[in-house]
Design a protein around this ligand. Structure first.
Ligand code: NAD
Length: 477
C-alpha cells in the first residue's frame, strides 16, 4: 500500500492513478518505490475529509485525543527498524541517525499527549464585580502541514502531534523525496484507531499538492518547513488569504572556538555538526571560526577526525556520512564547491565525488574563503564547511552574525564571560554552549530568528501558540 495516500481513513491512489518513482541515493539506477502523484483533486478530498472530521474530534477531551497519540507512538516503536531502514534507503540518512530520529518521533507523540494535562487557559476576575473572566485556547480547524525530506519523520510528527492534541484535523503533504517514511506515520495512526479524516497524508509535488493545500480556503493555518524561497512564497500566498502561517527555513550556522576551548570536544562537535546526515540539516555547521592561538591545533584535530570518519552506505550501521538525497541536490553541492574554489577558497579536505555510482561526497573543508563569498553567505545543503581565523570575540560575533539567517549558533569556550556574551549577542534561535549546532530536545521551543523563521516557534510549550486561538470568556450569573 506504500504508493497510496491516506485520506478519510482509506488508502487510495492519486486521482487519475498517476504515480512517481523515487530513486535511491545510494544506487541511483534503482528505485525504492512508486508513490501517489497527488493532484489538486486529492488535496480537495483530503481537506473535505479533515473538515468533516473536525467537529467530533474537537469535542473529544484533550486526554482522549492524547490517547491516540500514545497508541500511535507505540505503533511507531513496534515498527521502528522497518521505518529506519526505509528512511535510509529512500533519502540516504545513515541508519544510526534514522533509528534515533524514528524513536524521537515516538517520544514527540508521547510528549504531545502529555500536554493534555496542562492548562489551556487562564482564570481572572472581572474588576468591578469579581465575577469570572477567563481565557480558553481552542483549535483552529483544518491545518495544512508541509514538510521537507531531511527529517522525514521527526518534522511531520512534531507538527501533527500538537495540531492533533489541541483538537485540529490535519492534511499533511509529505516531501517528494521521502514519502515512504511519512506514510508509516499514517499507518501507525490507522493502527491506533484514529477516527477517519482526522489525519490525512498525501505524497507528491509541492508545486501541485503543496500549492493546492496553501490555496484551499478551508485550511485555517499552514505550518511549513523547507527552503527560504519556497517558504516565502507559501507565506505570501497564505497570509493574503488570511491564514495563520509558521515557517521554519534554512540556516547558515556558525560555530565559534575560542583559544581556551577543549579542542578535542570542539573538533568532534564540528565534525558531527557539519557532516552527519551529509550536512543536510537546517542546523548543520556551515562556518567554523577559530581564535588565532588555537587555529592550527583545532585544524589538525578536525582533519584527523575527518580521516577517521566513516563515509559510505547509509544502511551500514557504522556509516557516519551517507549520500546526498538526489541528483539535482548533488549537482548543486558540487557546483557550490566549484564556486568556492573559483572565489579563492582552498579545499583542505574532500571536495571530490567519493563513489562511482552513489551520490556520495566526502566531508569537505574550505579555508581562505572571503566573508562575502558564496560559501560564507548561502546555505549549501551538503557536507561542506569553512574554517576562518579570528582575533577577539567582538570580531567572531560580528562575523558570525553577519548573515540574514538566524537558526542555530554554537560556541566552544571555557570562559564563562565569553559564553555569557555569546548567549546575549549571538543572533540565532538556538544557542549552544559547548555542544554542536545540530540537535534539538523535543520539549523546548525549536525555531529560527531573522530569515530562518516566521511565526511562533515549534515544539515544547510554544506549539500551543500556533495550533490554538485564544477566546476570552466573561461569565456573569
Ligand atoms: P523545499 O522548500 O524544496 O520543500 C519543502 C516542502 O515544500 C516539500 O514538501 C515540497 O514538496 C513543498 N513545496 C515545494 N514547492 C511548494 C509550493 N509552491 N507550495 C507549497 N509547497 C511546496 O525544501 P526541501 O528541499 O524539502 O528541504 C530542505 C530545506 O529545508 C533546506 O533549506 C533546510 O534548511 C530547510 N529545513 C529547515 C528546517 C527548520 O526547522 N528550520 C528543518 C529542516 C529543513
Amino acid at each position: 500500500m506504500s504508493e497510496q495516500n491516506y485520506i478519510g481513513g482509506e488508502w487510495t491512489g492519486a486521482d487519475g492513478g498517476a504515480t512517481y518513482e523515487k530513486a535511491s541515493p545510494w544506487r541511483p539506477s534503482e528505485t525504492v518505490g512508486a508513490f501517489a502523484a497527488s493532484t489538486e483533486a486529492d488535496v480537495d478530498a483530503a481537506v473535505t475529509a479533515a473538515a468533516a472530521a473536525f467537529p467530533a474530534w474537537a469535542k473529544l477531551p484533550l486526554a482522549a485525543r492524547g490517547g491516540y497519540l500514545t497508541a500511535a507512538a507505540a505503533a511507531l516503536e513496534r515498527r521502528s527498524d522497518e521505518i529506519a531502514t526505509d528512511m535510509s534507503r529512500e533519502m540516504g540518512k545513515p541508519l544510526r541517525e534514522s533509528r534515533g530520529e524514528t524513536l524521537r518521533a515516538a517520544q514527540i507523540l508521547r510528549y504531545a499527549a502529555s500536554e493534555a494535562f496542562r492548562p489551556v487557559g487562564e482564570h481572572f476576575e472581572q474588576s468591578l464585580t469579581g465575577r469570572q473572566v477567563s481565557t480558553r485556547r481552542r483549535p483552529l480547524g483544518v491545518v495544512g502541514l508541509i514538510t521537507p525530506w531531511n527529517f522525514p519523520i521527526a518534522i511531520p510528527v512534531w507538527k501533527l502531534a500538537p495540531a492533533l492534541v489541541y483538537g485540529n484535523t490535519v492534511v499533511l503533504k509529505l516531501a517528494y523525496e521521502a514519502p515512504q517514511t511519512g506514510l508509516h506515520v499514517a499507518e501507525a495512526f490507522a493502527e491506533a484507531g484514529l477516527p477517519a479524516g482526522v489525519l490525512n497524508v498525501l505524497t507528491g509535488r509541492g508545486s501541485t499538492a503543496g500549492a493546492a493545500l496553501v490555496r484551499d480556503p478551508r485550511v485555517r493555518a499552514i505550518s511549513f518547513t523547507g527552503s527560504v524561497p519556497t517558504g516565502h512564497g507559501v507565506r505570501d500566498e497564505a497570509t493574503r488569504a488570511g491564514k495563520r502561517v509558521q515557517l521554519e527555513l534554512g540556516g547558515h550556522n556558525p560555530l565559534i572556538v575560542t583559544a581556551d576551548a577543549d579542542l578535542a570536544r570542539a573538533a568532534e562537535a564540528a565534525y558531527a555538526g557539519a557532516f552527519w546526515s551529509a550536512g543536510q540539516k537546517c542546523t548543520a555547521t556551515r562556518r567554523i571560526y577559530v581564535q588565532d592561538g588555537a587555529y592550527d591545533a583545532f585544524r589538525e584535530a578536525f582533519l584527523t577526525r575527518i580521516e577517521r570518519g566513516r563515509v559510505g552506505d547509509p544502511l551500514d550501521a557504522e556509516t557516519e556520512v551517507g549520500p546526498i538525497v538526489n541528483q539535482s541536490q548533488f549537482d548543486e553541492v558540487v557546483q557550490a564547491i566549484d564556486r568556492g574554489r573559483d572565489e579563492g577558497g582552498e579545499v583542505t579536505a574532500g571536495g571530490e565525488r567519493a563513489h562511482e555510482e552513489a551520490l556520495l561526497l566526502p566531508p569537505t573543508v574550505f579555508e581562505g574563503v572571503a566573508d562575502d563569498a558564496f560559501l560564507s553567505c548561502e546555505e549549501v545543503f551538503g557536507p561542506v564547511t569553512s574554517l576562518y581565523r579570528f582575533g577577539d570575540l567582538d570580531e567572531a560575533l560580528a562575523r558570525a552574525n553577519a548573515v540574514p539567517f538566524g537558526l542555530s549558533a554554537s560556541i566552544f569556550t571555557s570562559s564563562l564571560a565569553d559564553a555569557t556574551r555569546f548567549q546575549n549577542e549571538a543572533q540565532a534561535g538556538l544557542l549552544h554552549v559547548n555542544s554542536q549546532t545540530a540537535g534539538a530536545e523535543i520539549h523546548v521551543p525549536f525555531g529560527g530568528i531573522k530569515q530562518s523563521g516566521f511565526g511562533p516557534h515549534e515544539q515544547g510549550r510554544s506549539a500551543i501558540e500556533f495550533y490554538t486561538e485564544v477566546v476570552t470568556i466573561y461569565v456573569d450569573p
